[in-house]
Design a protein around this ligand. Structure first.
Ligand SMILES: *Cc1c(COP(=O)(O)O)cnc(C)c1O
Length: 400
């Protein structure tokens, strides 16, 4: 945490979240005295085994699933990989076509690209200017040889929420299994697999105040899928490896807390709206990326003309504000965000975008502080921008 700044504001909750004290407390006994291997027979091990099964039952209950439909993984990325590769390879006799969208997380996109190298064909559906998949285009993309549809529930960059229930129903008309990466949705909006009608759903712990390195995959009973890891009989023989007992316990506790908190996220939604309105009304040549209504409660993503998002993120850091350009995963590369390009932003606007993702821990004072610090920083970067200078001299007409 920065010592010198007037305030520290963590506004990058879509990248990761801190482990909450309640979650840590639930985990600690399993890092200390209750260290048994769930597969062993003595009582200290049976305690660990029943903690894993309690966690599975709790998570199943929250998601509207049965306990034997919940599988623990080491991350959201692992759950995405397993669902897609596992279902695609299990259904190869039927066909080798997959339908997904252009705005998926890299854990989905790069998995699909890996399958293309194995001979699968993938349709990457476009989205509209708000980042929504059109159900009619989705229907048209399905073919007799389509073996899997994978559409994310909520986008990690622009917070757009997809009509998953409708899309899953369309896939089922053709008997095509439907997978959703719900890593950003779970704990932020209501998620119930029975209500949604999905066959597989991925979630991750560290986006909802559990530790990094734990995730889960819901696999509806009867779904054809290859095993992920061969070895011992853990996770019903489908994903071997001694269970990460403390993290599994932590994940269940975090989900329990997050699901109970969803009604309180109205406050976060109000903070989000005040932040969006404050930015758009005080900073000229700025626009909101994504949908105003079909949007995660904490997501703000704005494009600023004439500047680089990376420079803005560094200046915000110097005043104690943690934010992000696009997604944390793509920040290391200089490629503009594939999500912002997919909603139609030209390269320069995609480069000048900023994501602020709020959580229940953010306050009105945090939003005041961002609205105080952000406009002069954007102005400072624009003052150094040759593009802005040309624009202000009227030498070029930019479309805003
Ligand atoms: C963070 C994230 C993932 C990856 O989860 P990890 O646990 O970090 O591997 C996948 N999909 C989405 C939408 C995410 O936001």
């Amino acid at each position: 945490m920065s010592e010198k700044t007037a305030r520290f504001v963590y506004a990058d909750n879509a990248a990761t979240t801190p482990v909450s004290p309640e979650v840590l407390e639930a985990m600690l006994p399993f890092l200390k005295e209750k260290y048994g291997n769930p597969s062993s027979l003595y009582s200290v091990a049976r305690e660990a085994a029943s903690a894993v099964e309690d966690a599975r039952a709790k998570i199943a209950g929250l998601l509207g699933a049965k306990p034997n439909e919940i599988y623990f993984t080491a991350s959201g990325s692992e759950a995405d990989n397993w669902a897609i590769k596992g279902a695609a390879r299990a259904n190869m006799a039927k066909g080798r076509h997959i339908v997904t969208s252009k705005i998926e997380h890299h854990a989905v996109l790069h998995t699909c690209e890996a399958l293309e190298k194995e001979g699968f064909e993938v349709t990457y559906l476009p989205v509209d200017s708000e980042g929504i998949v059109d159900p009619d285009e989705f229907r048209k993309a399905l073919r007799p040889d389509t073996v899997l549809a994978a559409i994310m529930y909520a986008n990690n960059e622009i917070g757009t929420i997809q009509p998953i229930k409708e899309l899953a129903a369309i896939a089922h008309e053709r008997k095509i299994p439907f997978f959703t990466d719900a890593v950003q949705a779970v704990g932020h909006i209501p998620v119930n697999v029975a209500e949604l009608g999905v066959d597989m759903l991925a979630l991750s712990g560290h986006k909802i105040n559990a530790p990094k390195g734990i995730g889960a995959l819901y696999i509806k009973a009867g779904t054809r899928i290859k095993n992920l890891i061969d070895g011992g009989g853990q996770e019903r023989g489908r994903r071997a490896g001694t269970e990460n007992v403390p993290y599994i316990v932590g994940l269940a506790r975090a989900l329990e807390i997050a699901f109970a908190r969803i009604p309180e996220l109205e406050r976060v939604r109000a903070l989000r709206d005040r932040l969006i309105d404050g930015i758009l009304s005080t900073i000229p040549y700025s626009r909101l990326n994504g949908s105003r209504e079909k949007r995660l409660p904490g997501n703000v993503n704005v494009a600023f003309e004439f500047i680089e998002g990376e420079s803005l993120v560094l200046l915000l850091d110097s005043v104690g504000i943690c934010a992000s350009t696009g997604s944390a995963c793509s920040t290391a590369s200089l490629e503009p965000s594939h999500v912002l390009l997919a909603i139609g932003l030209p390269h320069e606007k995609a480069h000048g975008s900023l994501r602020l993702s709020l959580s229940h821990e953010n306050t009105d004072e945090d939003v005041d502080y961002i609205l105080e610090k952000l406009p002069p920083l954007v102005e400072r970067l624009r003052a150094m921008s040759p593009l802005y200078e040309e624009f202000m001299r009227g030498e070029k007409i930019f479309k805003v």
